[in-house]
Design a protein around this ligand. Structure first.
Ligand code: ATP
Length: 361
């Protein structure tokens, strides 16, 4: 597979803060790669390094097979020579220019004909549902509309690689959902390599072909949304991804079961140290209103219906487990309930290192 962007050992410091720490990543051509992590983990800095807006302190960056940055070889191409399209959170439309002018400013530099520019403006505005806004000034539009114009401007530019930093953050929930679908469809049709920054795990899971999870400037896991969700590489990724949050249960390995204090779960413990953490997603716990084989008795501490699904907080002594069921649950608060854990859906972690234990066959 052709590689669109290669990042080798990239480091960027701001004084004592290591914003990006010895970071390496290859992004396949046509991928929708999302940089995901909590605020301050270095996502924006990494994207700005790719764009040429920051000068890294070490490492190298290739776009296609073109070296655009190398600390050791003293190479640093300016943003304009990297053939990238940028949309940042603060979308920086020129206030004194109309939408049309904002969108064609960069195209004039490319020396496109008037007909071609008109066509691209019209098509791109339609793609972000802003047809007919060519003559408006930024001050005559809402923040969300301005953000969509910034997206359209990037689409019209047709770069080799799209770089987007939280481009949907200013939109209301409904429009954000529409624009996610729109952007995903655009990517499906055009297959343009996209690097997308967000701290919103739902956005990352819904949009991406690959996700790179970051923490404090360090790559934690690179994988498909499915792999990241089902097999988080460490406790940080497990805890960061998923809503409601994953249940993390500390226990001690005893033969082929894990003792959680209140009860034991039989599972594959090969390769596990003594002290472990079991991670179980709320939707993977089976809940019953009467005892069934292999079940453990809990009490329904809280029941939180939200229409399409319900969250139930189950309690057993000190232990609380969040369970998610489809639809409106018939369980009431304080009811006795019985939970079943399917070993196939559980992940096991080393309590000390936080790393996932991969079972030894
Ligand atoms: P957010 O989601 O809040 O935008 P982020 O993951 O994009 O966060 P960055 O903006 O890349 O994080 O910041 C990474 C770290 O570098 C943070 O500790 C931040 O305070 C610091 N940092 C970023 N830019 C600068 C700067 N220009 N000067 C000093 N420190 C900076």
């Amino acid at each position: 597979m052709e590689t669109a962007i290669t990042i080798n050992n990239l480091t960027k410091n701001f004084g004592d803060v290591v914003a990006v720490d010895d970071f390496s990543l290859s992004i396949n051509a046509g991928a929708f790669l999302t940089l995901l992590g909590p605020s301050g983990c270095g996502k924006t800095t990494l994207l700005r390094c790719i764009a040429g807006l920051e000068d890294p302190d070490g490492g190298e960056i290739y776009i296609g097979d073109k070296l655009v940055f190398s600390h050791s070889r003293g190479v640093s191409l300016p943003p304009g020579q990297r053939n990238l399209g940028l949309v940042f959170q603060n979308y920086a439309l020129w206030p004194h220019m109309t939408v049309y002018k904002n969108m064609t400013f960069a195209l004039e530099v490319q020396k496109l004909s008037k007909e071609e520019m008109d066509r691209r403006v019209k098509e791109s505005l339609a793609e972000v549902q802003m047809d007919g806004y060519e003559d408006r000034y930024p001050r005559e539009m809402s923040g969300g509309q301005q953000q969509r114009i910034a997206l359209a401007r990037m689409l019209a530019y047709r770069p080799q690689v799209f770089l987007m930093d939280e481009p949907l953050s200013n939109l209301d929930a409904r429009l954000r959902m529409d624009m996610r679908a729109e952007l995903k469809h655009l990517h499906h049709v055009a297959k343009a390599t996209t690097v997308y920054v967000t701290h919103d795990q739902v956005e990352a899971l819904t949009m991406s072909t690959a996700i790179a999870v970051m923490k404090e400037g360090v790559l934690q896991q690179l994988g498909s949304p499915d792999a990241i969700y089902r097999y988080p590489a460490n406790l940080f990724v497990a805890d960061f991804i998923g809503n409601p949050k994953v249940n993390l249960l500390e226990g001690v390995v005893k033969g082929s079961s894990v003792d959680l204090g209140a009860f034991q779960i039989d599972m594959d413990t090969s390769g596990a140290p003594k002290r472990v953490v079991i991670a179980v997603r709320p939707e993977d716990v089976l809940i019953s209103s009467e005892p069934i084989p292999g079940s453990v008795e809990f009490t329904a501490y809280s029941v939180l219906p939200s229409g399409a699904d319900s969250t139930i907080v189950a309690q057993l002594g000190e232990l609380e487990i969040t369970v998610r069921v489809m639809g409106i649950s018939t369980i009431n608060m304080d009811d006795k309930i019985w939970l079943v854990f399917d070993p196939q859906t559980l992940n096991l972690y080393d309590q000390e290192s936080g790393e996932r234990i991969v079972a030894i066959d």
